[in-house]
Structure formats: structure tokens, C-alpha cells
Design a protein. Structure first.
Lengths: 335, 236
């Protein structure tokens, strides 16, 4: 077996398991948890384009989730536009806002950039919470928007069961992973990580670091907004505290940092490890200790930073390589 | 008109003035050394020419075109490339990928494969290490990557900031020989160094910087014999 064959085989195996899972997981609760797991893996992978490859730490990505969710919901509730088109519109609006946020903030370094993105995200959340009506658009302030579950069907992005949502988010996740893989091996990917690690050296070589970051930000905000629409259609109820909350922004960053920033597998591993913690905390301690999951994330993050500074993906990819080497030992490994 | 002209520049970091009314020129094909102690403003001078910072006053002309208000990517596009102090490699990328990043500008991108060939023949060592991560290289090899990465941008003027920093004497000699070779192949070189003896011996001319001002300039052999230089920089 060659290495390529082994890779294809393991990829196929994972795909088969993921696709077959709803046949065995009949409980709506567990399916719901799985869908959220994929959703967060998707969100974190999108975040990774900026937060991982470009070496900055954006902590306000919930903004883009919110833009996606609100855009498609308002368009479908008030104008009868299918959420699929609303999804695209939300993505484009999100690109605009993302570039607007990126232009001034990418000049800042380290913690200042992170703080600036929090400020933008919180500013937008407070604005949405305080606006009932924006021109012709009904935003409904802190009460949020409810989508009546009336017209089920693919065209309306609305289904009575969870299975269709499952397959939609799996498709979205697969697509965003393939896209990230492609970017990480493109010139843009090189320039991003060069600019992230040694901005001065990259600039002295003529790499337009600011422009590369803006492109990454545009892609990341577009993809993140798509998940916002999915969220809205999946839960059929959005409000500022759910889709634009700081908690959401932080959880995305936590998953990335613990799983491994700037790697393809990191966000997935992070989501697999952390999402169940979130859900269990909410199910069992949601009333007595709200926010317990963030405390646990903090502790896990500290441990991971001390012992595995490159995230959980490091031991995992090491293990994968070992297994692959063992099984493909007849052919020398191509670096 | 010279190849590179720096006319009466003042450079500040915030409120602190680092370079005072500095003027120098470099002719095409020359190797010019910039010499001075720590804090003399050598690296700041290079960063200003590269466009990483802008001078408060004065102007910089390259091939007759003013560049002191241009962003770094435009200046690199015109053919000025800086190899920063302390190598500053992209440690998690392979040697080859480090080199490829150097060929960002359009002109260099078109000739990427050819330049890669040239860099490999200049540093045969790098060909062996091609797929290794940059962080796993020795100091000398890392310096080769840093210089090679600069060459990948196809500079007309290559500015090296302390290429001998932290290298063993034998490797230092090696690097200086390579710099001479690069110059002989037609690239103009500005060399910032603390190792005054070695850099003067391979240079055509030199400027001596103290506290952000040029205090002396002239042909390199003359400066090697100059009493002030001997006392202050050569320890003789």
C-alpha cells in the first residue's frame, strides 16, 4: 500500500462513518449534539483562515455568524427570499464588514488586535440589541427573530427532522476543509504564515502582508456567515445573545487554540474534545453553574499551552504518521 | 546620478530621532559597507531604504526615482531587497518554501525556477536540505536560507544586515566569500556589519556611522588604514 492509498483509505473510512452515523444515532438529542459539533468545527475552520494561518487572534467572529443569521432571516421573513440566497447575501455583507474591521485593526499587534476585534463585535451586538426597526427592516432588538416552522422543504432550508441538517452541515464542513487545505498549500497560504511569523522579514521581501491578511479575513468572514444562516435555519430562533455573543467568539477561539491553530485537523479535534464538554455542562449544570464550560475550557487551554503548545493535533498527527509508516513501510516516506 | 541616493534624511522612532541629516550614495556594481557600533542607526538606515519606516525629512532616490514614500512591496518591486538581521526565517516552513516566499513580486515570480537553480548552485547545501523545516537548520545554513530568500526576489540592490551575526569564524568567512560572489555576479550590495575587518576587505567603499550621523566615508582600503577606524573598530 502506498502512502497515497493509505490516505485515501483513511479518508474514505472517516467519510463512511460520518455519513452512516445518522442510521445508528436515532436519538434526536445526540444527533443535535453531533450537528453542533460539526457546526463548531466548521466555524473554527473558517476562523482558522485568519486566526491560524495569518497568526493573529480575532476574538469577534460571532459578528459574522450574526450577520449571516440576521441577513438570511430578515430576507426570508420579510421579503420571502429563500434562505439559500439569503445565505449568499449574508456572506457578501459579512465580507464587507470583515474588511471594514480588518482595515484599521490589522495594523495592531498581538493583544491589541484581539481587543479591537472584541470591541467591534460587542459594539455590533449592543447596537442590534437596541434597534427594533432599522428603516424597513424589523430587527426586534433583544427579543430576536423567530422563524415559524411552516414551509418545510429543501428550497426553504427547513426540515422537520434533524437528518437533513446533519447532511447539510457535513457537506459544508467537508467543503470548508477542502478549501482550507487548498489555501494552506497555495501561495497565499505561504504568504500568510510568513507574514504571521515574521512580518518584518516578509515585508522586506515585498510581501504585502496587510493585503494577504485582508484577503484571508474576507474569506473567513464569508464562510463564517454561511454558518450563521445554517444556525438560524436549524434553531429557527435567533437573538443577539445567541448568535453575536462574546461566548460564541471565545468558544471558537478556544476550540482552535486547544485543537491546534493553523492546522487542518486542529479545529476538528478541538470540536470533538470540547463540544461534548459544552453540551454536558449545559444539560447537567446549565441552571446552577451557567458558563461552567468556559471555566473548563480555560483550564484545558492552560494545560494544552503548557504541554502541547501546538495543540492536540500534534500528538494525533504524530500517531497518524506512525501508523501510516508502519502500514506503508515498503515505500520510503515522501516528505 | 547615482544608483541609490540617500539625501539628508532624518528618521524617528516616535519622538526619538535615530538618524540625523544622513547622506550617502551607492553606485551600480559596488559593494558598500555601513559600519558602526550598536545603536549607530545602521539597521534603521536599511529599514528606511526598504520602506519599513519613512524618513521625516529628506529623500531617497533609486535609479533616479524617489522611493521614500513608497510601501515596501513597491520598493522590492523596483529591485531593493533587505536580508534582515538575525535571519528571521519562517521556521515552520521548509527551506524550499522559505525561498519561494522570497519570489513574491511579479518579476521574481516569473523567473522563480531559474532563480531557485541559481540559489542552489550558490548554496549547494540548501539543495540537500530542501524539504527540511527551516527551524532544524544550523545557524550557518539558516543564514544561507536568509540570503537565498533575498536573492529569490531578484534584487538589483541587496542589503545585508549583519549576515555574520552569531556564526563561527569559519562559517563567517564562508558567508563573506558568498557575498563577494553575489557582487561579482552583478548585484550591488550594501553590507551592514560589526565585523569591520572582514567587511571592509570585501567592500569597495564604506561609510562609518556614529549616533545616527556619517562621520567618515571613503574607499574601503583607506578606511582600513585610518587611525580612528583602527582604534575604534579594529581594536588595534
Amino acid at each position: 500500500m502506498t502512502r497515497q492509498q493509505f490516505q485515501a483509505l483513511s479518508l474514505g473510512l472517516v467519510a463512511a462513518v460520518v455519513l452512516a452515523l445518522p442510521l445508528f444515532v436515532r436519538s434526536a438529542t445526540y444527533l443535535h449534539i453531533l450537528i453542533l459539533l460539526y457546526l463548531y468545527a466548521y466555524l473554527t475552520t473558517s476562523w482558522n483562515l485568519v486566526g491560524g494561518f495569518a497568526g493573529v487572534l480575532p476574538l469577534g467572529h460571532a459578528t459574522f455568524v450574526g450577520i449571516g443569521a440576521y441577513t438570511s432571516t430578515i430576507l426570508s421573513l420579510q421579503y420571502g427570499v429563500t434562505p439559500w440566497i439569503g445565505m449568499l447575501a449574508g456572506g457578501l455583507l459579512s465580507v464587507f464588514v470583515g474588511v471594514l474591521i480588518g482595515l484599521p485593526t490589522f495594523k495592531m499587534r498581538g493583544a491589541y488586535f484581539a481587543l479591537a476585534t472584541i470591541a467591534f463585535a460587542e459594539g455590533i451586538r449592543v447596537m442590534v440589541e437596541n434597534i427594533d426597526q432599522l428603516g424597513p427592516l424589523k430587527i426586534n432588538g433583544p427579543r430576536g427573530l423567530q422563524i415559524p416552522p411552516l414551509n418545510f422543504g429543501l428550497a426553504n432550508f427547513m426540515f422537520p427532522g434533524k437528518e437533513p441538517y446533519y447532511y447539510i452541515i457535513v457537506t459544508m464542513l467537508a467543503a470548508v476543509l477542502a478549501f482550507t487545505y487548498f489555501i494552506s498549500r497555495s501561495k497565499l497560504g505561504y504568504y500568510l504564515s510568513a507574514g504571521g511569523e515574521e512580518p518584518e522579514a516578509a515585508m522586506a521581501l515585498g510581501v504585502n502582508v496587510a493585503r494577504c491578511k485582508l484577503i484571508a479575513m474576507a474569506m473567513s468572514s464569508f464562510l463564517t456567515a454561511l454558518a450563521g444562516t445554517f444556525w438560524a435555519q436549524f434553531t429557527l430562533y435567533i437573538h443577539p445573545k445567541s448568535v453575536i455573543s462574546l461566548d460564541l467568539s471565545f468558544e471558537i477561539a478556544f476550540i482552535a487554540l486547544i485543537g491546534g491553530r493553523g492546522s487542518i485537523g486542529g479545529p476538528i479535534l478541538g470540536a470533538i474534545v470540547l463540544r461534548p464538554v459544552s453540551d454536558i455542562c449545559r444539560i447537567y449544570f446549565g441552571d446552577k453553574l451557567p458558563g461552567l464550560h468556559l471555566i473548563i475550557f480555560g483550564v484545558v487551554l492552560i494545560l494544552v499551552m503548557i504541554f502541547l503548545p501546538r495543540g492536540l493535533q500534534e500528538p494525533f498527527s504524530g500517531l497518524y504518521n506512525k501508523v501510516a509508516d508502519r502500514l506503508t513501510s515498503t515505500v520510503p516516506r515522501q516528505e | 546620478m547615482s544608483f541609490l541616493e540617500v539625501n539628508n534624511i532624518d528618521v524617528y522612532y516616535g519622538d526619538v530621532q535615530v538618524i540625523f541629516d544622513l547622506t550617502l550614495h551607492v553606485d551600480e556594481g559596488e559593494v558598500v559597507s555601513i559600519i558602526g557600533g550598536n545603536g549607530a542607526g545602521k539597521s534603521t538606515l536599511l529599514r528606511t531604504i526598504s520602506g519599513l519606516i519613512s524618513p521625516e525629512r529628506g529623500q531617497i532616490l533609486f535609479e533616479g526615482v524617489p522611493i521614500h514614500r513608497s510601501p515596501p512591496e513597491v520598493i522590492v518591486g523596483r529591485g531593493i531587497v533587505q536580508v534582515p538581521e538575525g535571519r528571521r526565517l519562517f521556521t515552520l516552513m521548509s527551506v524550499r518554501d522559505n525561498l519561494i516566499v522570497g519570489a513574491y513580486n511579479q518579476r521574481a515570480d516569473r523567473e522563480k525556477e531559474r532563480t531557485l537553480e541559481e540559489v542552489s548552485s550558490l548554496f549547494p547545501r540548501l539543495r540537500e536540505r530542501e524539504s527540511q523545516l527551516a527551524m532544524t537548520l544550523s545557524g550557518g545554513e539558516q543564514q544561507m536560507v536568509a540570503i537565498g530568500r533575498g536573492l529569490m526576489a531578484r534584487p538589483k540592490l541587496l542589503m545585508l544586515d549583519e549576515p555574520s551575526l552569531g556564526l563561527a569564524p569559519l562559517l563567517m568567512k564562508n558567508i563573506f566569500q558568498t557575498v563577494r560572489k553575489i557582487a561579482d555576479q552583478g548585484t550591488t550590495v550594501v553590507l551592514v556589519e560589526q565585523d569591520v575587518k572582514n567587511s571592509l576587505s570585501l567592500s569597495d567603499r564604506a561609510y562609518i556611522l556614529e549616533h545616527g550621523r556619517t562621520v567618515m566615508e571613503g574607499p574601503a582600503e583607506e578606511l582600513l588604514e585610518n587611525p580612528h577606524v583602527k582604534v575604534a573598530y579594529l581594536g588595534l
